[in-house]
Unconditional design. Structure first.
Length: 257
């Protein structure tokens, strides 16, 4: 039997054991090095700055400036729309110095940190847009494929899990007479951190859902190889996974009948 509470406890322990905090500026701010990795395999760092009785959490401009140095400018309507959609989904803002930031109180700083890190990972993934052969985000490709096969869904659903964290589900397909509710997350860059994040989201959500739910990750394996340990992790935690090279499986899994 799947031990959901143990999975969440282990995930939170992994975050705690792999997070390094350094106090700077005479105790007025601190640098938090998280266990999540960017596309350079460097740990994501954020700064927490005391702001009166509240706090500001920021990446100090690293994410956007790194994209610019890599050749990606957010300078077209499509890229700007994608960028703003990502930030709005996590409640993250930008300032004139290109910093991504959130404002937090002592009561919600944990959740705000979680949202900022998820936004940084999502914006970091926009690097794929700088490659000449990439014309749309992977999520859009999946959406178009579902629509073209008359698979009906709700998209961009936010569900709160047992931990109190909000998780964004890309597509939700309601239950039918023969199939349970299906939650789908798309992963364009199926590396360890992105997969762990999806597993945590599903595991957290399943504990507050009254009805039976099947969880899916649809991942892009067309231009990048996927390691076996990533696939094993999904299987071990009961998350079904469909590679985009076998997208025909979506029709069987997500159709009404």
């Amino acid at each position: 039997m799947l031990e959901c509470n143990k999975i969440i406890d282990e995930y939170i322990r992994w975050i705690r054991d792999n997070t390094v905090v350094k106090t700077i500026e005479e105790g007025q701010s601190c640098l938090v090095s998280s266990p999540f990795l960017d596309r350079h395999n460097d740990h994501l760092n954020i700064y927490i700055v005391k702001n009166g009785s509240n706090y500001q959490l920021t990446d100090d401009g690293y994410t956007i400036n790194d994209l610019k140095m890599s050749g990606l400018e957010i300078n077209t309507p499509k890229r700007e729309k994608i960028f703003r959609t990502v930030l709005n989904g996590f409640g993250v803002k930008t300032d004139t110095n290109n910093a991504l930031y959130v404002e937090a109180s002592i009561n919600n700083i944990g959740q705000k940190k979680h949202h900022l890190l998820q936004a940084i990972l999502a914006v970091n993934d926009m690097y794929t847009l700088s490659q000449e052969m990439v014309y749309s985000l992977f999520k859009e490709d999946v959406e178009l494929y579902l629509k073209s096969n008359e698979i009906y869904f709700s998209k961009d659903i936010k569900i709160t899990g047992k931990t109190g964290f909000d998780h964004n589900i890309d597509f939700l397909i309601t239950a039918s007479k023969t199939k349970p509710e299906r939650l789908i997350k798309t992963v364009n860059n199926p590396k360890r951190d992105a997969i762990l994040s999806s597993i945590f989201a599903f595991t957290d959500i399943v504990q507050v859902r009254d009805e039976k739910t099947n969880n899916y990750v649809v991942y892009n394996d067309v231009e990048k190889s996927v390691t076996q340990d990533v696939l094993s992790a999904l299987s071990n935690y009961g998350v079904k996974h469909i590679p985009w090279s076998e997208k025909e499986r979506c029709i069987e899994e997500f159709s009404v009948n």
